[in-house]
Design a protein around this ligand. Structure first.
Ligand code: PHE
Length: 338
């Protein structure tokens, strides 16, 4: 076949093939290589053009140039269509290393709080939240801290106005719940609390509490003990022991402090438990009748228990971290270890 015929033939193929190209990178690329790639059909025609009889050069040269232009335009249109469609640059280098994708994780205190909430939810507790800015009534008064009562000194308070403050504990959530719901009440109240304390490895001005409250007819201290024991075994391991020590809180009577046997040394004594064999994990007690009455609950008919714990401290114990400030500084190098 002579060159003018071959040019015609390639022109026909081009038309046919163009109709078959689909909107994929591979298909367009295949088409490009076949016609205008270095080893493609059109450059091959140009190579043979050199040895063509001089009398035919004018005519064939013109057709050859038209063919080349057609092919190039077709390819550039196909590429445009492809880019518009995929929003991708076809020059993208698929061999480049991928973009680093950092997986986030929950803050260790959040993990502890979630776990604690899960365990109590399994036991039938619901979750309640409350605001971090509270009234003196909800934070103190209704919790049986009368004005000028020395117990207020137990909690160094950030006041915003005379009667408005940053909550010093999550107990005001108990009050809010009892004011809006009637017994039976069985809730957990997790949240951030604030105290004007010296900042050092063991205390910080912001920390977390999880409070529990159960109010119903015939709620007893025995039930409180049982509930705490079930929780402690689920959270710290089935071999831990618990003990209750008498304590004082204005809003509970009687009140107790709960210790678990040290989960590092099993009670034998080590650095974590300061050689006592015990770790303090929460305060608790029977809700003082004054608190129930302040919320309009009949204290002759109903009794209740409450407990409160510090998930920050529990997190420090669990991971053997010796500085509480690490939990609040947001340093990724520290946080990504959990
Ligand atoms: N709210 C108490 C505190 O911050 C903890 C607590 C809660 C104690 C409930 C007993 C019962 O110290």
């Amino acid at each position: 076949m002579n060159l003018p015929e071959r040019v015609k033939e390639v022109q026909n193929w081009l038309k046919d093939d163009l109709a078959k190209v689909n909107d994929t990178f591979n298909s367009v690329e295949e088409f490009r290589l076949k016609y205008i790639g270095k080893k493609g059909l059109i450059p091959a025609l140009f190579r043979d053009f050199g040895s063509l009889d001089a009398s035919l050069k004018r005519e064939v040269g013109k057709n050859l140039n038209i063919l080349k232009k057609e092919a190039e335009e077709a390819v550039s249109q196909l590429k445009e269509r492809l880019t518009a469609k995929s929003g991708q640059d076809e020059e993208f280098d698929y061999t480049l290393p991928g973009m680093p994708f950092n997986r986030g994780n929950l803050h260790p205190v959040t993990q502890t709080m979630n776990r604690i909430c899960d365990i109590f939810c399994e036991m039938g507790f619901g979750i309640e939240f409350g605001p971090e800015i509270e009234t003196d009534f909800n934070n103190f008064q209704a919790l049986n801290f009368p004005d000028n009562h020395p117990a207020r000194d137990m909690q160094d308070t950030f006041f915003i106005e005379d009667d408005i403050l940053l909550r010093t504990h999550t107990s005001p959530i108990q009050i809010r719940t009892m004011l809006k719901k009637k017994p039976p009440i069985r809730i957990l109240a997790p949240g951030r609390v604030f105290r004007n304390e010296a900042i050092n490895p063991r205390s910080y001005c912001v920390f977390h509490q999880i409070e529990g409250l159960y109010v119903d007819e015939d709620v007893s201290f025995a039930e409180l003990k049982m509930t705490i024991e079930v929780f402690a075994k689920k959270f710290f391991g089935k071999d831990v022991q618990i003990r209750f020590r008498p304590s004082y809180f204005p809003f509970t009577e009687p009140s107790a402090e709960v210790d678990v046997s040290c989960f590092i040394c099993g009670g034998k004594g080590c650095r974590l438990c300061k050689h006592t064999g015990w770790l303090e994990i929460m305060g608790c007690g029977m809700v003082d009748p004054n608190v129930l009455e302040a919320c309009g609950i009949d204290s002759e008919r109903y009794t209740g228990y409450a407990f409160g714990m510090g998930p920050d401290r529990i997190t420090l114990l669990k991971y053997g971290i010796n500085d509480i400030r690490l939990l609040f500084e947001g340093d990724i190098r520290f946080l990504k270890q959990f």
